[in-house]
Design a protein. Structure first.
Lengths: 451, 451
């Protein structure tokens, strides 16, 4: 019935029950179970989304947004069936304002597509979660990644959004100005809300100049704690690194096999320095001094863009190197803790991994205190799966104990719901109140974030 | 009756109806009319604030928070009388975590007190609104100032807060980690909410290393538009200035008189570069090249800290130089617009000032697109006052037309309420819904932000 209405309102080409499409929109890249929606819509405009919402509200149907499907916590899995709204057709760069260092895009534009477009003009959108995620999905999960140490998360890069609410009302949040003290800050409320408060149809983003010079470097240490301490020293020295990543030997071994690389299989730090020529050289020089003072085993730095590209390609493949092993399932923790707690946290996670007979590795964005404990287990082996889940619980519990968060960048989705009460305490009531206020029928991405 | 309860609950020394205190807590530094509260409370702990809130709720009494009283939009004026909660006694630095580059403070700590404490450890809290504002007040208004071009606003520097809600519930928002994708981002909802959603009793702030080297510089141009264009060029070049301020001749003339300075009375840009030695020299060098290419009349740069301190002291006094003239009232606009709109906006405001027989000047944070049109009029002269208000309206209207905001850093308070509907459109309904959700009786700072 409601599907007929959707076809009537949007036209046949924007509404499908094709089985391949239903399957394609049944899950993201996480290990959370696939659930097929009843129908997939491909809106092109804000008005199309309004029509979908009005029908969904009338018939009380669940609406789950779907971007590039690269999420890691099941946010895009339509667990209650109903309508999936794909942003695939909302792929236009609406307005590029070079003089404002800003661009307005539809949510289905991916970060690589955007960068391909703006790189010609000497600009870059630097938030880099690894996957070629959609900008809408990145906003919905408050994504970040390897460059967060300098640029922060999506919440730091979004100026303005257009959002369709559950009742079909179109609102805008924020302005095109760089800062504001006017009214409540609704941008940040919707960023990271994973489609549970509204559907984002336009985003105005801050852009950055492509740095004049980039140097990358890597070094290794004897222990993971020494790596974490070294990373902390760099930040305390005020060196404005653009990337600073920790990787453990297990992960390097795995990615060497996966991608045919030959990186030393040791506790490693990978750096990127970016900016004006002299500044960058000065930063790399001082970082090397700090690393050597702290007893690094080696230091290699280079300006060659081919080597650099390979390094960050390998970094991005680390997660895939675990996830895409035949016969294995894998997932990762995503805790983020105060910097001072990072050495003992990484030590704690390393210990857990080596104590249990479980495949895994640790890597992450040590400049933010954010790291991933990758946990792999044989498909169908319940015992191994339980051990992996228990390790994850222990890592998260400890992160919360030391004042951190259960998710630094992946979002809550299905996988982090259990930790929300513990992390947020009383303020969870405010979150639930806001959800109830904006989506009283509970049709927007039901079954996510809140138990 | 409720005042007896306050005395009973908090003790006499924390509750006063002393006339001097009532007067001292009747208004901030704005031109908005003073209104005396019925009682002023001086809590010391979160628990004290809980007690006050419970009594206020029971007796349905307005509660207005009061920090250093340096606000510019009347946020601290208790327009409905009732209780003023002063943060004067909540002046403790609770926990300084050097390794995390973080500090937890009570809301009454002022930014200079905080900096005096942490500067010893090589760190700085860089948000600088000019006045020695309280950290709580700065959070409540999402303050920023001369360094926002590099560090953003308060919203970019706050990790975690403890907040007492209208019903006395204590909640925490955010975590001590640098980033999070967990649940809705309530930090940003409360930051800038001007005490209308809750009373902040603890704040964990991000700190920054004191830069190794600082260079300041200034230059002048023939027109205000040229200044704005020059500022834009600096940003497009990716130079990470720490301060970049525009000042018009009227303002320089006024502050020269006020503070006995001898700055050239021309359209001026003031710069601060800060970081590692070579980087800073490189930045200053390139900025000078850009300025000369664009036809600046002169360029003076220096590392001398005395000259630099005098310059920023003068910059901070610009507002006072207008506000503290015997027999005159003064206020300023606080619009913030996309960078590309800044040259025409400043030209527009300059034109309005010169067209009308009204004293005023223009200065502001051109790196953010945020500037102030200072408007002064003879006390009691209704005609002049009306002209000033009309100019303000025109400046704000134009800022909104070009995609900007009515207030970049001062907040809404009493002075920007009229522009909320126009700026926020439909999303104002969400804001009001949240206010109703969290403070159904409307006792928290009534009469502010919303009409």
């Amino acid at each position: 019935m409601y599907i007929d209405k959707l076809v009537e309102s949007l036209g046949e080409e924007k509404v499908t029950q094709n089985k391949t499409e239903l399957t394609r929109h049944s899950q993201d890249e996480s290990m959370h179970s696939a659930v097929k929606p009843d129908v997939v819509c491909f809106p092109v405009t804000t008005e199309d989304v309004v029509e979908i919402m009005k029908i969904a509200q009338t018939f009380n149907i669940a609406v789950t947004p779907f971007g590039a499907g690269s999420g890691l916590e099941g946010q895009a899995n339509p667990v209650n069936g109903g309508i999936v709204i794909s942003t695939e057709g909302m792929n236009q760069i609406i307005e590029f304002r070079a003089d404002d260092l800003a661009v307005t895009v539809q949510p289905g534009v991916t970060r690589l597509t955007l960068n391909k477009y703006i790189n010609h003009y000497g600009m870059t959108f630097p938030i880099d979660p690894g996957a070629d995620a959609s900008i809408g999905g990145m906003a919905a999960t408050n994504a970040s990644g390897t460059t967060a140490v300098r640029y922060g998360s999506m919440t730091d890069q979004i100026l303005k959004m257009t959002i369709v609410l559950a009742d079909g009302t179109v609102v805008t949040t924020g302005t095109k100005a760089k800062k504001s003290s006017s009214g409540y800050h609704l941008n940040e409320l919707f960023i990271g809300s994973e489609g549970t408060l509204g559907f984002i149809t336009e985003l105005t983003l801050t852009l950055h100049g492509i740095p004049e010079e980039i140097i990358f470097a890597r070094c290794t240490f004897k222990t993971p704690s020494l790596c974490a301490e070294a990373a902390q020293s760099v930040l305390l020295s005020g060196i404005n690194v653009r990337r600073m990543e920790f990787v453990d030997p297990n992960t390097i071994k795995r990615v060497n096999q996966y991608g045919g690389y030959t990186y030393p299989e040791k506790y490693s730090l990978f750096f990127e320095f970016a900016g004006m020529k002299q500044s960058v050289e000065e930063e790399a020089f001082f970082t090397e001094e700090i690393m050597r003072d702290l007893g690094c085993e080696n230091w290699e730095a280079a300006k060659d863009s081919k080597d650099r590209e390979e390094l960050w390609k390998a970094r991005h493949e680390m997660s895939y190197a675990f996830r895409h092993v035949q016969g294995y399932d894998a997932f990762s923790s995503d805790v983020c803790v105060p910097l001072s707690e990072l050495p003992t946290m990484i030590h704690f996670a390393t210990d857990l991994l080596s104590k249990h007979a479980i495949k895994g590795g640790i890597f992450g964005h040590v400049g933010d205190g954010n790291f991933h404990t990758m946990l792999a287990f044989k498909h169908g082996n319940q015992e191994e799966r339980d051990i992996a889940l228990k390790i994850n619980d222990q890592v998260v519990d400890r992160a919360l104990q030391v004042g951190g968060t259960c998710t630094g960048e992946h979002g809550v989705g299905l996988g982090k719901m259990d930790f929300q009460a513990k992390e947020h305490g009383n303020s969870l009531k405010i979150m639930k109140g806001i959800k109830q206020l904006v989506d009283p029928q509970g049709i927007l991405n039901p079954g996510k974030i809140f138990k």
